[in-house]
Design a protein around this ligand. Structure first.
Ligand code: G6P
Length: 613
């Protein structure tokens, strides 16, 4: 939520900041702004709306900005104060001599604001961030000669909440300082130039070498140096880490939007995630976790959004294969619960970004009973990797679209591996069967690629059924139920059509009241005994006028019977079916939204990394 970029170095500050913000726009897109060292002052520019609006204003400033060498930038997801020019960042203090950009929430801002108002400070915005700008300006004015980083540390001591912040002061040209408390911040290392950002994606076109800034630390960046300090001013030594993501991974290439690109990257995400963890014979190796799972008698999965749905799929498989009970908890609820568990409980925290505040807090809650924490994340070096006892990285590459697709596929694959591994440790399944399941899992990239190929150009008829849709129901049973939840979430978040995922058998206890011609029903028919049951439930909706879109195996005669439209998927081994079913659901959501002229990558009100509560 909210993206921060900082730069010090050559005469290309604005170019680097704008490019970086472009790659972080998924974090928020209500407004954007820059604060630049210019001569002996700070120049601040802010615009409401998408980054392109800021780009136009910058371009209209006739070139002189393009030669500036240091500054900070921000793209906003509003927390305090509606999206407006006044509430956009940077927020300034000291008559514009100090500028601050911020990601997070300052919880005690109301008290601080009152205190500042009493001292005669005038406020120009409704943001919590502005108090920081004024406090920093006061501190600088009251302590001439104090380094900006120390002034920032002093101010941070007064703040409560979670934040990453970057600041510039006219008193220290060529210096950008930043600090982190819960919200993410990395430093990018260059030659004669250095960078700051909320996420490495912002800087992949510039560098692969990064430093993590830890909670409570302050960093001072110049063209020639990066110095990290504790909040007490003690210098910190930090080893850089290399990022192996390609700069192209954050470019659209041949695709019109990132969602479609990322849907098509799923085979590769699966291949990379399984690679090295599953051998040709189907043997699973998760020794990288360094966790002894033999004593584990209970699992709690904590996650939000799409990651939660991956967790539900994991629950089904783990319970079936390893016979270990799994609770899947919404992180924002779990964090305030009085959780049950002990040291034999494994807490699996799933988070693409590794920085979702509620998921991190849920991990903290689980710590209370002494459980072991395993993080499943796509982001190396993210907060969750440092809070967990063990980490399994999904290798989906950077995911830019707010609606998650390839990260979901990779999360499901990791949970499949975990289920197989646990079943082996627990001895609940014979070796031959385990190896056979492992060999099935190895086919995930191939089956998902085949699904994409089969559905190419086939979604149009289903999209038509949504033209006048008021709402929509997604139905499934067994493993098709979490897939239905994910399909409904995808559709509602990018097309704004109210959509519910429901267990097909439960549908007649409420949602069936919604059913008419304007409430398309997307039914994942599934296989085996549950398929027959699901078919009966779907017939019940069709009998009430529903336009049914059936997701079914190729050449399924029953699908033709109940479905106005059938979206066929290839026959696949049981363990792979949820991955295969999700593909048409993702494509459907994408095409319904684009048909309505909506921006699928940046749905309204949402942000990709939810770093506030
Ligand atoms: C936001 C995003 C979702 C994502 C969820 C959890 O709501 O829009 O796409 O599934 O956060 O994010 P995480 O990074 O923890 O997986």
């Amino acid at each position: 939520m909210c993206g921060i970029v900082g730069y010090v170095g050559k005469e290309r500050c604005v170019e680097v900041l704008m490019q970086g913000l472009g790659h972080l726009e998924y974090r928020g897109y209500d407004s954007a702004g820059l604060a630049l060292h210019e001569g002996s002052g700070i120049e601040s520019i802010r615009e409401v709306g998408r980054l392109e609006n800021l780009g136009r204003t910058v371009a209209a400033r006739n070139g002189h900005l393009s030669r500036l060498r240091a500054g900070i930038g921000h793209t906003r997801w509003a927390t305090h104060g509606r999206p407006s020019q006044e509430n956009a960042h940077p927020q300034v203090g000291g008559e514009g001599s100090v500028a601050v950009v911020h990601n997070g929430i300052i919880e005690n801002f109301a008290e601080l604001k009152e205190e500042l108002l009493e001292r005669g400070v005038r406020f120009g915005s409704e943001t919590d961030t502005e108090v920081m700008a004024h406090l920093l300006a006061e501190r600088i004015e009251g302590n001439p000669g104090e380094p900006l980083r120390e002034a920032l540390s002093g101010v941070l001591g007064r703040l409560e909440g979670s934040f990453a912040v970057a600041a510039v002061s006219a008193a220290e040209p060529g210096v950008v300082v930043a600090a982190r408390h819960q919200s993410p911040l990395v430093v990018g290392l260059g030659n004669g130039e250095n960078f700051l950002a909320s996420a490495v994606q912002a800087l992949l076109g510039e560098t692969r070498e990064f430093l993590v800034v830890e909670n409570g630390e302050v960093v001072e960046v110049t063209d020639a140096s990066v110095r990290i300090f504790t909040q007490d001013g003690e210098p910190v030594e930090r080893e850089p880490f290399e990022v192996d993501w390609d700069a192209e991974a954050v470019e659209l290439g041949i695709y019109e939007d990132f969602m479609m690109k990322e849907i098509h990257e799923q085979p590769e995400a699966l291949r990379a995630t399984l690679s090295g963890r599953l051998d040709a014979g189907g043997g699973v190796d998760l020794s990288e976790m360094g966790l002894d799972l033999s004593g584990i008698d209970r699992i709690v999965v904590v996650a939000c959004g799409t990651a939660l749905h991956a967790g539900l799929l994991g629950k089904g498989l783990i319970e079936r294969l390893a016979r270990v009970p799994v609770e899947v908890a919404v992180a924002s609820e779990y964090r305030y619960s009085d959780p049950i568990g002990d040291e034999n409980t494994l807490v699996v925290a799933i988070s693409q970004s590794g920085e979702t505040t509620d998921t991190l807090a849920a991990v903290g809650t689980a710590r209370a009973f002494g459980g072991k924490v395993l993080a499943v994340t796509n982001t190396r070096g993210s907060l969750i990797t440092r809070e967990a006892d063990a980490v399994l990285l999904t290798q989906a590459g950077p995911e830019i679209c707010v609606a998650s697709t390839k990260a979901f596929a990779a999360q499901v694959a990791v949970l499949d591996l975990l289920a197989l591994n646990l079943a082996r440790v627990k001895g609940t399944i014979g070796e031959d069967e385990l190896l056979s399941l492992g060999r099935d899992l190895r086919r995930a990239p191939e089956k998902v690629a085949a699904t994409l190929a089969l559905l190419e150009g086939k979604i149009g008829d289903a999209v038509e059924l949504f033209e006048d849709a008021r709402c929509s129901l997604f139905l499934g049973r067994g493993p098709a139920f979490p897939a239905a939840l994910e399909g409904a979430l995808k559709l509602k978040e990018i097309s704004y059509i109210p959509s519910e995922g429901y267990a097909a058998g439960e549908m007649k206890h409420g949602p069936i009241a919604l059913v008419d011609e304007q409430c398309p029903v997307v039914a994942i028919l599934g296989e085996g005994t549950l398929r027959e049951k699901t078919l009966s439930n779907v017939e019940e909706t069709a009998a009430r006028g529903a336009n049914v879109i059936a997701i079914a195996r190729e050449d399924d005669p029953a699908a033709e019977r109940v479905g106005r439209v059938v979206l066929s998927v290839p026959d696949a081994p049981e363990i792979l079916r949820p991955l295969v079913w999700t593909v048409p659901l993702q494509l459907l959501a994408h095409d319904v939204a684009t048909d309505r002229g909506l921006d699928v990558d940046k749905p309204r009100n949402l942000a990709k990394s939810v770093t506030v509560e």
